[in-house]
Write a new protein. Structure first.
Length: 807
């Protein structure tokens, strides 16, 4: 039996640790189980990675012991551990934290400092012998009984420090002890009542008789079922139980999903000739039982979803499981309901919009193999299936597949990797594939399957581009004309404007004042309905002033247009039409998007105004008109992918038009009508766009023609962040001299495009190169030396590996 265990702790530490296994645990501890281990004076949860007889060389003899084994069965499959190890290595992120990302939040268990008042502290509080800060903290501690130190520090940011609290402890005013805060989500149990079959020897009441009869007919019932049928049955059940007529046991049940959309039957359509061809290729891939990666390039409305559904049927018939990733599941209730109609109980759902308990239950169902398909957002790529036969990434070009915080993984890239590890079939689908994926198809790493036409021979919409230079107002005559015609003919329209609020900002023409966010380097957006100025990055908000606070002028003016102003403009221009609006402001409440989309479906809304929320794969047959108010915002975004993003947004939003029997019409307003992103979107010419964009990327050596890592520094102090950035630049140059010069080019360091965000100053440095291995080595070198030289200055280094495939 092995005596040593390698553990990854769920903390931001770069390496793994070894512990010795106490005799009594040796038999039960397996790889993939969670353990409780001592770590720097605390107890933390760790994940068992490996078991061995002797500690590896270089590890000191005297190892600490595992405190407790938390699982009875391994929680993590060896195959998943392999994936996690790869992710940790590739994204340069601590392994324990990677594993945590893949588990539902309720499963984390970590000891924390728990604060409690001592009798002395309590007496001082009662006698008022405390300073104002103490008074607030002590009152909170008294109110809560026990409270975690973390919560206290969070509740009074900037007022109370950790060292202060420890000082109070030394003075005997409070105690701090390790404990657990926040419980695991518990499995939900319910009572099951069964008749025992014994004859009543004593008389029972009429109600008891009725219940018993009902139970005998049913065989057994959950307590919740009983309460639906009988009024207040608990007493009767008790009496039946004590008389020996029924037995009561507990059974684990799953929480019902609260976000079930309305179920609608979707008849299984006949495949078109193109669909048939594509499907046939995929089936060959499935039956080959080898890693078979495909890119399905299908224009909007070409019937990709039906192909996914049939491919999954095929995979299930092989006794395997399927993972389906979609960009934002809460925005696509139609898709969910189609999957549910086809697969019913076999379908599980995993995304962050679910409640904690729901998510935990869904995860467990996957883990136990009770469902065979998981539909979910990016984190569903970590679904704990053990026998994956297919992974589908719908709208594979969507930026939301990349997590931008903490572990900066790209779910599409992990899909490629996981499918490869399990010899599964991989389907990436899009009307506007990412440059990376299409490049991989060109070089033969992905097999390209095309659906060049819409189903049932429906034409793609006609697109008109309107040059807004020298034009007054928000809406051009062309757009108003096309929209008016659509609405007159009792059809529906969408207006796309990718900015919420009323105006971009307000401006004083007398002194030039604009209002900036104190935490971020952006202007505050003006919202008319509550007369506020808001930051869309950090949620800072203030009341908008009536007069200019600088010069007391009376002419403060809103500049630029957001969805709120557009809605007002439309209501003035077309008072008779019914307008809906879908953006972050109108969809704060749960289910509000579903309600808005339903309004469009049932015809209660004639025109829907919205941000990129309306771009997603909705399918409304009566929508024949789409207007794009300004194609320019995304075009001028400081990112090398901005042209690609613009082309994708325009093509996708235009694709919402004319999916029914009447052909669609699209009007795009822009100040750059000649730009190839706009021209190619107008012509529905993805290949043309790809070729033009690829030329730029190749010339400038950007992905997919090179690999890239962004080193981002953030800190509270402007000076220190800048100093660390200079230091990072120096380290980078020094490493180049040491042999990286041939393969790596450095850009920067320089202030990031938004140089201040949420109160943090930001600098960045880009490294580009052809060899991923070399780039990773270089990144590790930079991180290690920077840590050594500027370790404790409060400046944080974040490494962002640009998504690119690993085929
Ligand atoms: Zn002014
Ligand atoms: Zn802000």
């Amino acid at each position: 039996m092995k005596e040593i265990v390698e553990v990854a702790v769920g903390l931001p530490v770069p390496k793994t640790f070894h512990y010795s296994i106490p005799e009594k645990m040796r038999e039960s501890l397996k790889v993939g189980m969670r353990v409780l281990v001592p770590f720097k004076g605390r107890k933390v949860t760790g994940f068992t990675l490996d078991l061995m007889d002797l500690p590896p060389e270089g590890v000191k003899e005297k190892l600490k012991e595992v405190e407790e084994v938390l699982d009875e069965i391994p929680l993590i499959d060896p195959q998943m551990l392999r994936l996690y190890r790869w992710v940790s290595d590739y994204y340069l992120y601590p392994l324990g934290e990677v594993i945590k990302t893949g588990l539902p939040p309720g499963l984390h268990l970590k000891s924390e400092w728990i604060l409690d008042l001592t009798p002395d502290g309590l007496r001082r509080l009662e006698q008022g012998d405390v300073d104002p800060v103490q008074e607030r903290v002590f009152r909170e501690a008294e109110r809560c009984g026990k409270i975690s130190l973390k919560k206290i520090l969070k509740a009074y940011p900037g007022e109370v420090s950790k060292s202060q609290v420890f000082l109070w402890r030394r003075k005997g005013l409070l105690s701090l002890e390790p404990g657990f805060e926040g419980r695991e989500v518990k499995p939900k149990f319910e009572k099951v009542i069964r008749p025992t079959g014994s004859e009543p020897a004593q008389p029972v009441s009429k109600k008891e008789r009725e219940i018993l009869k009902w139970l005998e007919e049913k065989g057994e019932a959950l307590y919740s079922e009983l309460t639906k049928r009988f009024n207040a049955p608990s007493k009767a059940i008790q009496s039946l139980q004590s008389g020996g007529f029924v037995s009561v046991s507990h059974r684990e049940v799953c929480r019902e999903l609260s976000v079930r959309p309305e179920l609608k039957p979707y008849p299984k359509p006949v495949l078109s000739a193109d669909q048939e061809k594509v499907f046939h290729e995929i089936v060959k891939g499935i039956h080959s039982k080898q890693f078979s990666p495909f890119l399905i390039h299908g224009v909007t409305g070409s019937g990709k979803t039906e192909i996914y559904l049939r491919a999954i049927e095929e995979v299930l018939a092989e006794g395997k499981e399927a993972i389906v990733l979609v960009p934002e599941i809460s925005l696509t209730p139609q898709l969910f309901s189609r999957f549910e109609d086809r697969f019913g109980e076999a379908l599980g759902l995993l995304h962050s919009g679910l409640g904690r308990g729901e998510r935990y239950d869904q995860w467990r169902k996957v883990w136990k193999g009770e469902v065979k398909i998981v539909l979910g957002a990016r984190s569903a790529i970590f679904a704990p299936f053990k026998n994956v036969g297919m992974i589908i990434v719908d709208e594979e070009h969507e930026p939301s597949y990349k997590q931008e915080e903490k572990l900066k993984y790209h779910a599409r890239d992990l899909a490629v990797l996981r499918a490869k590890h399990c010899d599964a079939t991989l389907l990436l689908g899009s009307a506007t594939p990412s440059l990376e994926s299409f490049h991989n198809a060109e070089t033969g790493k992905l097999r390209l399957l095309s659906l060049p036409e819409r189903i049932e021979g429906k034409p793609l919409p006609r697109v008109e581009v309107v040059d807004m230079k020298g034009k007054e107002g928000i809406l051009s005559e062309e757009l108003k004309g096309a929209m008016g015609r659509t609405l007159e003919e009792k059809r529906q329209g969408l207006l796309f404007l990718n900015r919420r609020g009323f105006a971009h900002f307000i401006f004083c023409p007398d002194c030039g004042l604009t209002f900036k966010c104190p935490n971020c380097s952006v202007t505050l957006t003006y919202h008319l309905w509550d007369r506020s100025l808001q930051c869309h990055y950090c949620d800072y908000r203030i009341q908008a002033p009536g007069d200019c606070p600088q010069c007391e002028g009376h002419r403060l003016r809103p500049i630029g247009t957001g969805t709120e102003r557009l809605e007002e403009e439309i209501r003035t221009l077309f008072p008779e039409i019914r307008v809906g609006r879908m953006d972050r402001d109108t969809t704060k409440r749960k289910h509000s998007h579903q309600q808005i989309l339903k309004g469009l479906e049932t015809g209660e809304i004639d025109l829907l105004i919205g941000t990129q929320m309306i771009v997603k794969g909705h399918d409304f047959p009566n929508v024949t008109f789409v207007g794009v108010i300004s194609a320019d915002a995304s075009l001028h975004f400081p990112d090398f992918r901005s042209s690609e993003r613009t082309f994708q947004l325009l093509t996708q939003v235009a694709g919402r038009a004319g999916r029914g029997t009447v052909p669609g019409e699209v009007v795009i307003q822009t100040y750059c009508p000649e730009h190839y992103s706009i021209q190619r979107a107008k012509e529905h010419d993805f290949i043309g766009f790809y070729q033009e964009e690829a030329q730029f990327r190749r010339a400038l050596e950007y992905p997919p023609f090179a690999r890239m890592i962004n080193f981002r520094l953030t800190g509270n102090s402007e000076k220190r962040t800048e100093t660390a950035a200079t230091e990072m630049g120096r380290i980078g140059q020094a490493l180049l001299k040491k042999g990286y010069r041939k393969g790596i080019e450095i850009l920067g360091p320089s202030a990031a495009p938004f140089s201040k965000m949420r109160g943090k100053f930001r600098w960045q440095m880009l490294a580009k190169g052809k060899s991923s291995r070399m780039l990773h080595q270089f990144a590790r070198g930079v991180a290690e030396r920077l840590e050594r030289e500027t370790g404790s200055t409060g400046v944080n280094l974040d490494i962002d590996v640009d998504p690119i495939f690993v085929l």
